[in-house]
Design a protein around this ligand. Structure first.
Ligand code: ZN
Length: 192
């Protein structure tokens, strides 16, 4: 059977990020890590880490994306659940062997270099399921994005700790890539 490591994220489609944050952040008390444009998903996503997993509030950025169509048809709500696996190709093969209907029979490269594939809701009792495997490239892509994100955050006059910024800069300026490859260490700011 596929080896599921953990839930990576639960994606929730919303009409308005700020409105949704009134519940998820202000009432429920989850920490808002950051809000980011995700152009290849034609969405704006708010990331709220919860231990080893994340809640992602997804707002369509265009009228014609899959997420936009979902919102129009079903209204706001849970869009998909994402599981992290060790070996996504093996996992997909095992699911196909059991006759599970996959949207992606081969993994696709998602945002930030993730290897992902979706399972059709008709095989899962109504829930869109995303499978995800960390790739070797992903931490580096994350670091790049986090670094430019950090600069955007500062440019926008928002709060980010000086220590976190200094750390990101140091990683970029003095062999941060090597450090990453060797130690596999990632700053919190690089997660998304
Ligand atoms: Zn997802």
């Amino acid at each position: 059977m596929p080896h599921i490591k953990r839930i990576d994220h639960i994606a929730i489609v919303v009409e308005d990020i700020d409105q949704a944050l009134r519940f998820w952040r202000d009432a429920l008390g989850l920490e808002l890590h950051h809000v980011e444009d995700v152009p290849d998903q034609m969405s704006v996503v708010a990331f709220l880490p919860t231990g080893e997993s994340e809640v992602e509030l997804v707002k369509p950025a265009t009228e014609d994306s899959g997420v936009a169509r979902y919102l129009k048809k079903h209204g706001p709500g849970v869009h998909h659940i994402c599981f992290e696996v060790d070996d996504i190709e093996d996992c997909l093969q095992q699911l196909m062997d059991r006759g599970i209907n996959l949207i992606n029979e081969q993994p696709i490269i998602g945002t930030g270099g993730k290897k992902i594939a979706f399972i059709h809701p008709e095989s899962t009792h109504g829930v869109l399921i995303e499978m995800y495997q960390l790739t070797e490239e992903e931490p580096l892509i994350r670091l790049e994005r986090a670094s430019s994100l950090a600069e955007r955050v500062v440019a926008g006059g928002m709060i980010m700790s000086a220590a976190a910024l200094a750390f990101l800069r140091a990683l970029r300026n003095d062999g941060g890539r090597k450090k990453l490859e060797n130690g596999g260490f990632l700053p919190d700011e690089a997660r998304n």
